[in-house]
Design a protein around this ligand. Structure first.
Ligand code: AOF
Ligand code: ZN
Length: 373
């Protein structure tokens, strides 16, 4: 049977469903599954918040006997490995599903085509690659960690009408309005980790948590690029490190003097001990080579990273070619004297990024740019 517009509509619905748990199933991807019998949805599910059970087994349980002869729409290839429960491919066979329509094949080496092969061997018709581009988008974080051994990186910038992202020595400066700020809270909530440079951590003293009603439990891990361990013990980040983890990324032993000026290693040791006593984790990793840090984060299971500030940190990731998505907020506010210039604006988005959307939040305009996966 060939792919019909119906198939695309059901797959689009499965993708929308998968987005419910985006960023909340780590380290598993959030997958959507619909079981459709005679054009009626008889079962539907998204990967559970802990990552298990997978989408298919829940959707099949909902469909029960109606799954026999039905079509299953799954955004990611059903798994073929034995985890905490048997493989989803076997569950689809056991329930008597006649056809499986898949969005994206699974790069996990334990699956990687085997899910499809098991289904076909059992006589089930399989169509893969349906709405693949949209499916890949919904699985971007998972696919990036699996295939590039690094998290999917979003750079968020809020720029004033005169091209500034803040004001020198002024601490946190409101650039966007409340609607845009609420949107950024939602973005944080679907992200595994958030990163700022030490300059921003000191100047703004941010919390970097999610405070929107209903999303409070979804704060990402907070990471500060902090070569000389200068994060103040009195900062809000340190003060809340026992509630939401904070990682400071310090220079490797011995490399600091060339870059940051001479700080005795005993001084570094005592700063590290004080931070650790406050519940902060210190890791040593060259903060000027973000690719090393990103692969260490991927190894910890972090699939998505939001880079929030400031200009120097944004440039570091942009110049290393490690930004996958740019979210550029443009606000009507004028900063004027003493402004800190934005590392980019809508006229100089780096090559390789495609403009993928514009939305208005109050008087602020959000433009999104993405690089292909
Ligand atoms: C599916 N359906 O809903 C999801 C899948 O740790 P485990 O045993 O749960 O396995 C994790 C892997 O399962 C993950 O890397 C990916 O290959 C797959 N995720 N598969 O059939 C789902 N979330
Ligand atoms: Zn599975």
């Amino acid at each position: 049977m060939s792919i019909t517009p119906h198939d695309e509509r059901f797959m689009a619905a499965a993708i929308r469903l998968s987005r419910w748990h985006l960023g909340r199933t780590a380290t598993n991807p959030s997958v959507g599954c619909l079981i459709v019998k005679d054009d009626v949805i008889v079962g539907r599910a998204v990967t559970a918040l802990s990552g298990r059970p997978h989408a298919e087994t829940q959707a099949l349980a909902e469909a029960g006997a109606l799954a026999r002869g039905a079509t299953a729409y799954v955004t990611l290839e059903p798994c073929s490995h034995h985890g905490k429960t048997p493989p989803c491919a076997e569950a689809l066979i056991a329930y008597g599903v006649a056809r499986v329509v898949i969005g994206v094949t699974d790069p996990d080496p334990r699956v990687s085509g085997r899910g499809i092969a098991i289904l076909r061997e059992a006589g089930i018709e399989v169509d893969a690659g349906v709405l693949e581009a949209e499916g890949r988008q919904s699985l971007a974080a998972y696919l990036t960690r699996q295939t590039k051994n690094r998290p999917y990186v979003t750079l968020k910038l809020a720029v004033s009408a005169d091209g500034m992202i803040g004001r020198e020595g002024a601490g946190q400066v409101a650039i966007t309005g409340p609607e845009a700020r609420a949107q950024v809270q939602a973005l944080r909530a679907e992200t595994d980790a958030i990163l700022v440079g030490i300059g921003t951590a000191i100047a703004d003293d941010p919390l970097l948590t999610v405070r929107s009603p209903g999303l409070e439990s979804q704060s990402p891990i907070r990471i500060v690029l902090d070569p000389s361990l200068a994060l103040p013990l009195t900062s809000k980040l340190v003060g809340t490190a026992r509630e939401v983890p904070v990682i400071v990324v310090a220079s490797e032993e011995g490399s600091l003097s060339q870059i940051e000026g001479d700080i005795a290693s005993t001084e570094m040791d005592s700063r590290r001990e004080a931070l650790e006593a406050a519940g902060v984790e210190a890791v040593h990793c060259n903060p000027y080579h973000p690719e090393v840090l990103l692969s260490a984060l991927a190894t910890r299971g972090i699939s998505s990273l939001l880079v929030e500030g400031g200009a120097k940190t944004a440039r570091l990731f942009l110049e290393a070619g490690l930004v996958d998505r740019i979210q550029l907020y443009q606000a009507p506010v004028v900063i004027g004297e003493g402004g800190i210039e934005s590392p980019l604006d809508a006229t100089d988005i780096p090559s390789g990024f495609a403009h993928t959307g514009t939305l208005m939040f109050g008087g602020d305009r959000l433009d999104e740019y993405e690089r292909g996966l």
